[in-house]
Every structure is written in C-alpha cells, then in structure tokens.
Design a protein around this ligand. Structure first.
Ligand code: FE
Length: 207
C-alpha cells in the first residue's frame, strides 16, 4: 500500500537544481580537506558562522576613531593592517589598504575578478558588490554607477577606482561631514555606513 504522503512535493532548494562548476569544486576541495584530516566539518561550519556574524559596525567604529584621533588616522592610512589589529582584527595574510577621500579625490572599491572585500572589518559583501554588473560597470562608467547609488560626484573631483585582489583589500576613509563638528566618536560611528566605506556613497548627517 503506498504511503499517503508519497506524492508530496517538497519546496525546492533555494539555490535551484543546478550546481555550478564552482560549487562542485568547492564541495570537492572541502570533502578532501575533511577526508585528509586537515579541517573538520565543524571548523568549517564555525568559520562560516563567524563570517556571517561580522557586521560593518566594526569598520564604522574604526572610521569614527580616525576622524577623532589624528595619530590613529595616520597609522590607519600608513598601515591599515597594523591599525585594525588594535581592534583585534586579524587580516591573516591580507594587506588592508585604507584610502582617504578628500575634497579633490573620491575613492571607490571593487573586485573586478570576483568578490574580494575587506571582510574582517566589514563582514560579508553585499550581493551587488559581487554582481558582474557592478564589477564591470564601475570601472568603465564609475560616475554613472555612483549616480545610481544616489551619489553625485562632480566632474572636478577625481574618481579613483581600486581593484581588490586576493592579497590586498581596500577600505575607504570617507570625508567627515561638516555638520558633524559637535558629534562624539560614538555618535559618528553611527553615521558611517557600509556603502560609504566601499565608496559608493558619502557620509551624511541625518537631518
Ligand atoms: Fe575577488
């Protein structure tokens, strides 16, 4: 006698039935690492959990500190990796390069090849950062792309696009808004957004 639930249709996997070549490679490498005893499944799970819990709040705190503490700002621009170590951020083998926005130059970050991102300070990258659309267009038509984010960079301001790599990650030090003169470091950290540290927006004081 067939079980009465035999015809139940289960909800499809959100990733769809097709497994990409990259996913197959990831599964193969992961299974091999576990099989050879180099990593355990639990260690991998824990790392993913850690990544997913990181938020851009840490980056915001670092930027607000740089706005209030000149020595820290100097160190952050000279040696980003060393500066963020003060916040217990380990960059591993990665170099963190912090680039400062000025009245003359606006910086924006991309990874044209894949999705390299300053994860230790900002957490996981947003979906648009990984999209081929952003990666391709921000190089060729930077001003137009920024406009789509609501950011108007006047022609007289130079726009520099920085292409991240596997060993080098960029973080933008946005300009401190004029209207923020009386704000404390803690208050400032609340207005520094993720997107301003990628460079697709600027920091504004909410009215
Ligand atoms: Fe990448």
């Amino acid at each position: 006698m067939p079980h009465k639930h035999d015809k139940t249709e289960f909800q499809k996997d959100t990733e769809g039935p097709d497994v990409t070549e990259t996913q197959v490679r990831e599964i193969a490498v992961r299974e091999l690492l576990i099989e050879k005893g180099i990593l355990t499944a639990d260690q991998i799970r824990k790392q993913v959990e850690d990544w997913e819990q990181k938020t851009p709040a840490l980056g915001s705190k670092i930027i607000a500190r740089a706005w209030c503490d000149n020595d820290f700002k100097k160190l952050l621009l000279e040696d980003g990796t060393k500066a963020v170590a003060q916040y217990n951020v380990g960059m591993g083998d990665l170099e963190l390069k912090v680039i400062e926005n000025t009245p003359e130059v606006h910086n924006v970050v991309v990874c044209t090849l894949c999705s390299c991102y300053p994860r230790p300070v900002l957490g996981l990258p947003p979906a648009w950062y990984k999209s081929s659309n952003y990666r391709r267009r921000v190089i060729r038509e930077s001003r137009a792309v920024l406009k789509e984010f609501g950011t108007d960079i006047p022609e007289e301001i130079e726009l520099r696009v920085h292409d991240s790599t596997a060993d080098l990650r960029y973080l933008v030090l946005p300009m401190r808004p004029d209207q923020s003169k009386n704000m404390t470091e803690k208050e400032l950290s609340k207005i520094v957004t993720r997107d301003s540290m990628i460079g697709v927006t600027t920091v504004r004081v909410p009215s």
